[in-house]
Structure formats: structure tokens, C-alpha cells
Design a protein around this ligand. Structure first.
Ligand SMILES: *Cc1c(COP(=O)(O)O)cnc(C)c1O
Length: 431
């Protein structure tokens, strides 16, 4: 397998995947974007400005952290966490949002738009727009607005306008349709910031490139901290696939590194219960790209399920589909239960609450590491922090009898011992 086979051609085809399956009206905007991206991404000044924003504003490089207690509990390979959860706004998504917002500004656009499902990409985009002084409109299904009210307000605080989309299933895919419609109408002064390695060319390769920094940093950090630039295994969760490709790209040419993408196994194997495109998807076209799509026998897009909102998109990035065909990346799944267990394990052993998306990658690491020699190195991409998921985990644990009900939580708060402590500290005893 040569590197050339894995690169997209001039029209963004990753082998049989990718491309541009869009109405004629979108061809010119996509051409303009591809030309601008190819031109600016090579310029020193653009790269320097992007690097400065990622460093001074977003907080790069993010640490690579040896999870010693987790490693000890699993009893096998050494686990290193790439801490994208420590990036500003709490997830890897800002790498891409800042990259595209800067490109938009460089292209002379004064307005950016984006779709969002759970709200994470909307928040990242609104943040980047505030940073660069761009007008910002976020499309979000009404169903998602209802479920993610705090993120709607967060975007508004950041100066964005959130436009609810009341069409179709009133979720992410309808928000994408609406964003594309807006873009066609307002393309002269508007750029569409797509949130993962999806959509028509040039998005899949452009979004990948803005996230490559994850793997490049990890490689340098491993060389220093683990005396190797080739981990034995790299693991990441795969929704659209941007955090995974961001980590993996640095290692794709190194056959010694085993790359594993983890999809949402959800609550079962039947269509509708999971978001495992590599287990149940068929070749199809969704949102302008040809790739594996979860669909029923009539080609209707299937509903998906995952305990983590960021992994439930019915299609996967076209580059992932190609890398799977070439057996360069293995794809596995982790179920809702396994992700929740991994969430608890990381919290307990390392004092880190992972995003439930990232917990899928941790769940697979927990299965694999005990079977590997102790000197092996496993890198897990901790794509985001889990503060946003605490309520979901609490609800889950209660439904499974593993967390106290509200009245019990309340009674803990007024436990006699804590009352005593409070009385003492309020008593002005300074010791
Ligand atoms: C959005 C999101 C994902 C899934 O998106 P990818 O494009 O597959 O990376 C994973 N983790 C977190 C924390 C997210 O916010």
C-alpha cells in the first residue's frame, strides 16, 4: 500500500469514496473554497497566525499524559492520554473551527455559519467567530435545541444567532441541509464551517489537516516521554472521524503503529440501536460525499443511537472508509454500557471526567491493554471533557440502580458530619 493510494485525488476522491455530490449551485462555492484552502494553507503568514492562535488562545500543545493508575489497574500496556479535553472549550473541535474561521477571514468573508447536533461544534464555531470578530449563525434542529438548552444559551452568550430548524427529524442532518441552503444563498460574504471530516471536497481533507496537529504533537511528546515515536497502538473514537484522523495521520505511514477507531455500539446490533457504520453501513451518499451510510433496505437514512451525542451521525468520513478497505485502520465498537464503565474508571483512577465520546476509545483500551506486554505503549485520544455528560451519566446510573435518587443526594448534603464541619468552619476557627 502506497501513500499515494491513500491520498485524495484532485477532486477529493478517496478511492471509491468522497467526491462532491452536490447541486450545481454549490460547485462554484466549493471550487472557490478549495482554491483558497490550497493557496492559503501553504503560505507562511497564514500558518504562523494559525499556530499563534492555537498556542496563545486555544492552549496548544495539549499535554500527553501517562495514566499510571489506570495502567496499573488494567495491568498491561502503558496508557498515554492525549489531552484534547484541555483545549479551550473542552474538546478537539476548536482546532478546526479556528482554522476555518481564520481561512474565512483571510478570504474576506465576514460571516460564518455552521450546523450543530449536540451543540459542541456550534459552541466551537461561535467561539472562533467571537475571537476573530465574525458574524455567526448556527443551525440546530429544534429537537436538539430542546435537549441542549444550555449549549444554545452558551452560543448566544458568545454572540452567535442560533436558528432552530423545524424540518425532517429536527436534528443534525436537517441542520446540515439548512446550512447548505444558507451557504448557497449568501456565499459572497459567508463561509460554511463544517464540523467533521465529512461533506463534499475540500471539507474532508481540510478538516483533517486542521486536526493533524493532534498526532504531530503526540509523536513529539512520545519521543520525549516514552522514548519512541511509534506507539504500538493508537486509539480514538469515530463519529464523523475528525479527532481520530487528527491523531492517526501522523502514524499512517508507519506500519508498526496499529490504528484502531472505535464506533458507537449503542444498545444493540439492530439497525437504529447503534451508530456502527463499519458494522452495518452500506455505500451511499449523504451530505455531498459518498461513503458508508447506515440505511434501511430502501436506502432511507436510518436512525442511530448512542449514549454520546457526538458519535451518532449515520455516515462516516470517506477517508476512514478508504483506510478500512486498505486494512490500515481497524474499526471496532464499544457499547453504551462499556463507555459508561470507562467513564467511571477514568474518573476514579485518574481524576479526569472524559467526554462520553472519548469514553468509547477508553473502553476499547481497557479491553486491549491487559492483553499487551507491559512495555507496550498505547495512545488514547481523549477528545473532550465530560462535564457536559455528567447529567447523562447520573441518569444512566440511576436507571441501573447505581446512583442515589435526589432525596438521598440531598440527605448526604446535610449529613451530621458535614453539618458539624460546616459549623466549625463557620465558627471562625482559622486552623
Ligand atoms: C464531536 C465530538 C466527537 C466526534 O466527532 P469526530 O469528528 O468523530 O471527532 C468526539 N469527541 C468529542 C469530545 C466531540 O465533541
Amino acid at each position: 500500500m502506497s501513500r499515494a493510494q491513500l491520498r485524495p485525488d484532485g477532486r477529493g476522491h478517496f478511492g471509491p469514496y468522497g467526491g462532491r455530490f452536490v447541486p450545481e449551485t454549490l460547485m462554484a462555492p466549493l471550487d472557490e473554497l478549495a482554491r483558497a484552502y490550497d493557496r492559503w494553507s501553504r503560505k507562511r503568514a497564514f500558518r504562523k497566525r494559525l499556530r499563534a492562535l492555537l498556542t496563545d488562545y486555544a492552549g496548544r500543545p495539549t499535554p500527553l499524559y501517562f495514566a499510571e493508575r489506570l495502567t496499573g489497574e488494567l495491568g498491561g500496556a502503558r496508557i498515554y492520554l492525549k489531552r484534547e479535553d484541555l483545549l479551550h472549550t473542552g474538546a478537539h473541535k476548536l482546532n478546526n473551527a479556528i482554522g476555518q474561521a481564520l481561512l474565512a477571514q483571510t478570504m474576506g468573508k465576514r460571516r460564518v455559519i455552521a450546523e450543530t447536533g449536540a451543540g459542541q461544534h456550534g459552541v466551537a464555531t461561535a467561539t472562533a467567530a467571537a475571537l476573530l470578530g465574525l458574524e455567526c449563525v448556527i443551525y440546530m434542529g429544534t429537537e436538539d435545541c430542546e435537549r441542549q438548552r444550555l449549549n444554545v444559551y452558551r452560543m448566544q452568550l458568545l454572540g452567535a444567532e442560533v436558528r432552530p430548524v423545524d424540518a425532517g427529524s429536527r436534528t443534525l442532518k436537517d441542520a446540515i441541509n439548512e446550512s447548505l441552503r444558507d451557504w448557497v444563498t449568501n456565499v459572497r460574504h459567508t463561509h460554511y464551517i463544517l464540523g467533521s471530516v465529512l461533506g463534499p471536497d475540500p471539507y474532508p481533507r481540510m478538516v483533517r489537516d486542521f486536526h493533524r496537529v493532534i498526532g504531530e504533537e503526540a509523536k513529539r511528546q512520545l519521543r520525549k516521554q516514552a522514548r519512541t515515536a511509534s506507539p504500538h497502538v493508537a486509539i480514538a473514537c469515530v463519529g464523523g472521524g475528525s479527532n481520530a484522523i487528527g491523531l492517526f495521520t501522523a502514524f499512517v505511514d508507519d506500519p508498526r503503529v496499529r490504528l484502531i477507531g472505535v464506533e458507537a455500539g449503542g444498545s444493540g446490533d439492530a439497525l437504529g440501536q447503534h451508530a456502527a457504520r463499519f458494522a452495518g453501513g452500506k455505500l451511499g451518499v449523504l451530505h455531498g460525499t459518498r461513503t458508508l451510510v447506515l440505511q434501511d433496505d430502501d436506502g432511507q437514512i436510518a436512525t442511530t443511537h448512542s449514549v454520546s451525542a457526538g458519535l451518532d451521525y449515520p455516515a462516516v468520513g470517506p477517508e476512514h472508509a478508504l483506510l478500512r478497505d486498505h486494512k490500515r485502520i481497524e474499526y471496532v465498537k464499544a457499547s453504551d454500557d462499556e463507555a459508561i464503565a470507562a467513564f467511571h474508571q477514568l474518573a476514579r483512577t485518574e481524576g479526569i471526567l472524559p467526554a462520553l465520546e472519548s469514553a468509547h476509545a477508553l473502553a476499547h483500551a481497557a479491553k486491549l491493554a491487559p492483553r499487551l506486554p507491559k512495555k507496550h505503549v498505547v495512545v488514547v485520544n481523549l477528545s473532550g471533557r465530560g462535564d457536559k455528560d455528567v447529567e447523562s451519566v447520573l441518569r444512566w446510573d440511576r436507571a441501573h440502580g447505581e446512583a442515589a435518587a435526589d432525596d438521598e443526594v440531598a440527605s448526604v448534603a446535610v449529613h451530621p458530619a458535614s453539618r458539624q464541619w460546616r459549623a466549625r468552619s463557620e465558627g471562625g476557627d482559622a486552623r
